[in-house]
Design a protein around this ligand. Structure first.
Ligand code: OOG
Ligand code: MG
Length: 256
């Protein structure tokens, strides 16, 4: 077997993550298209599950223009979240366990009743039990944080860690809430939830649709990250990070 079959690629990406060592992009050489890249992602996440991790949710990526522009890829993508990636609110991460970590402000949904396959997603307030401010820590396993669309999909959309702030009942409007990313008490990024597909509720429709294409059904009790509202910012050792979302409050993270 060459190192470029799906299992071999998943193994290389997994090693890159567990050893915090960047690797070159692989998709072009391996001839991976988007569908094959989701197959690699499945194999990559399965390696985590085989080590005892548990799926706890789904994340959307590149749902805002700011993010698309930052990484030069303009398609909405999705990835998987496991319990090992979940850092308690106010908790800390060790920067040395990542390659080139970045943080970004997000909105999280706590999923309620999810449709059966082929069934349409019901009203947002039936599908979502609660919402929260969140921080995603992304860490591309590719050198220079540079990748093509199939590369980033194969790499589980750069997912590395996430923090969810306090849950609140779903507010009346979610489509135009102010979003701040603060590092050490200074504003590093400013945005609005409107940047997330015009309304972050749309991210859930997209998640159900896009993951469904690959036979993945969202589950009641899962966390859903709707995608960053602003560009991501490098995470330096010692940094104190806060994501503040109007009406929803704050999620925070310390970098050791
Ligand atoms: C890809 C993941 C994008 C988001 O919120 O847009 C993402 C990346 O930027 O490395 O998580
Ligand atoms: Mg994100």
């Amino acid at each position: 077997m060459s190192g470029l079959d799906p299992a071999g690629i998943a193994e290389q990406l997994d090693k890159a993550a567990t050893t915090a060592t960047a690797i070159p992009q692989l998709a072009a050489e391996a001839g991976l298209d988007v569908d094959a890249a989701y197959g690699v992602q499945t194999a990559l996440v399965q390696r985590r599950l085989d080590r005892g991790e548990r799926l706890v949710g789904l994340k959307m990526g590149l749902t805002s223009k700011a993010k698309m522009a930052q990484v030069g890829v303009d398609e909405v993508i999705w990835g998987r979240l496991t319990d090992a990636m979940w850092v308690p609110d106010g908790g800390s991460v060790d920067v040395s366990t990542y390659i080139h970590p970045r943080v970004e402000p997000e909105v999280a949904f706590l999923l309620d009743r999810m449709p059966e396959p082929g069934e349409p997603l019901g009203a947002f307030t039936d599908a979502v039990r609660a919402v929260a401010p969140a921080i995603e820590l992304i860490d591309s396993r590719y050198a220079n944080f540079t990748f093509s669309l199939p590369d980033v999909i194969a790499d589980n959309t750069s997912a590395a860690a996430f923090v969810v702030g306090p849950w609140s009942p779903v507010p009346d409007g979610l489509d135009n809430l102010g979003v701040l990313l603060e590092i050490d008490g200074r504003v590093a990024q400013v945005g609005s939830t409107a940047a997330i597909l015009g309304d972050p509720r749309r991210a859930l429709d997209e998640g159900v649709r896009l993951a469904g294409r690959h036979g993945v059904r969202l589950r009641e009790g899962w966390v859903f990250l709707a995608g960053a509202a602003t560009a991501a910012v490098p995470l330096r050792p010692g940094a104190q990070v806060r994501a503040v979302v109007e009406k929803l409050g704050t999620a925070s993270l310390k970098a050791a």
